[in-house]
Design a protein around this ligand. Structure first.
Ligand code: ZN
Length: 350
């Protein structure tokens, strides 16, 4: 009888121990030059070494290391130099994240492509003229864009569990709000990525595929996916602007994901059923010249519709951008300069 009572007591003790929350056993997180203890918020830099094409640079980051145990979520902004709403959204999100109330860790990379941001260049890093979102997982002995990609991969993506790469229309792009769900063929990973895509809270989702067996990551989110971590690319904002509604939408989406991952209290605020874009088509420029858009991001268009045209530098029309199928304009270039081979319009169909 005494033995039975002792057993019951031990069982009761174990029950109390395993059901007492919160579980406080979060570990110290180190990212670049930032060491962040459990329960702390710390800002600092990831150092990218100099090379033949440019000086060393410092990428600004913040680590919010929750008191309670949970996943590590990475948020990256500023991969492209004139995409401002994600950059401003992360500054404000930092003020809203209290490590005392977070389960897990959030790494905020405020501006990945800091040279492009400071020199105000669209698409390309001003030192090597490469696209930061085509350079992952990067190379520490490569050009500046490749060195930045390498440090983000090694310092941030390798230790994260989930990743949101936050973009918008670059300085020349009139873009509608959407995000990418990338299917890899790994069903466990794909289900988790799908859950990120549908819980962010944006209505339009482009479904693309990327095969880690045959492809190089190239894009930042793919670098995470190819390491087995769920990751999505988000697009919200346009034309070098910093509209409040876009900043708010990005913050809302990030908070939805924090709730979805149970890193903060609450349920994602989902206002729409997603619309899936299964096919996208680019109309690219065949010449350099001056582009005249005749439509806008988010407009529904019909096959055969004239969406814009390209002239030479004297005003003679040299190419027409005609919709190859019915669909919606994901983005259209809305400033005059056009280089040869660049997208003039991206059209999605449902
Ligand atoms: Zn971008």
């Amino acid at each position: 009888m005494i033995l039975k009572n002792i057993s019951l007591f031990i069982l009761l003790l174990l029950f109390i121990l395993f059901n007492s929350s919160p579980v406080i056993c979060q570990v110290t997180i180190k990212v670049g030059g930032v060491t962040c203890l459990s329960g702390e918020l710390r800002s600092g830099f990831i150092h990218v070494p100099s090379g033949q094409d440019g000086p060393e640079i410092q990428i600004p980051i913040t680590v919010v290391n929750g008191k309670k145990k949970g996943p590590l979520l990475a948020l990256t902004a500023g991969i492209h130099g004139c995409e401002y709403p994600p950059v401003l959204a992360l500054q404000r999100l930092k003020e809203q994240l209290d490590p005392a109330n977070i389960s897990g860790t959030v790494i905020l990379v405020h501006i990945v492509n800091i040279p492009s941001f400071l020199k105000r260049t669209i698409y390309y890093n001003p030192h090597d003229w490469k696209n930061q979102n085509r350079a992952f997982p990067g190379n520490i002995d490569g050009t500046m864009t490749e060195r930045i990609a390498f440090q983000i991969t090694e310092q941030v993506l390798r230790q994260c569990d989930y990743h949101l790469d936050l973009h918008c229309g670059d300085g020349n792009e009139d873009l509608m709000t959407y995000l990418y769900y990338t299917e890899t063929g790994n069903s466990v990973l794909d289900n988790k990525t799908m859950a990120l895509a549908t819980n962010f809270g944006f209505k339009t989702i482009i479904h693309v595929t990327a095969d880690p067996k045959t492809q190089k990551a190239s894009m930042c989110a793919n670098a995470s996916l190819f390491m087995g971590k769920p990751a999505i690319t988000v697009e919200c904002g346009k034309l070098g602007r910093a509209d409040e509604k876009d900043i708010a939408a990005i913050i809302g989406g990030c908070l939805n994901i924090l709730k979805h991952l149970k890193m903060i209290d609450g349920k994602p605020n989902l206002l729409f059923d997603p619309i899936w874009v299964k096919k996208t088509t680019y109309i690219r420029s065949e010449h350099e010249g001056i582009f005249y858009p005749l439509s806008q991001g988010g407009s529904h268009v019909q096959k055969g519709e004239l969406l814009g045209y390209l002239t030479d530098f004297f005003g003679n029309i040299i190419q027409k951008a005609v919709a190859p199928h019915d669909g919606i304009i994901m983005y259209i270039i809305a400033t005059p300069p056009m280089s040869k081979g660049e997208p003039m319009v991206k059209i999605g169909s449902f």
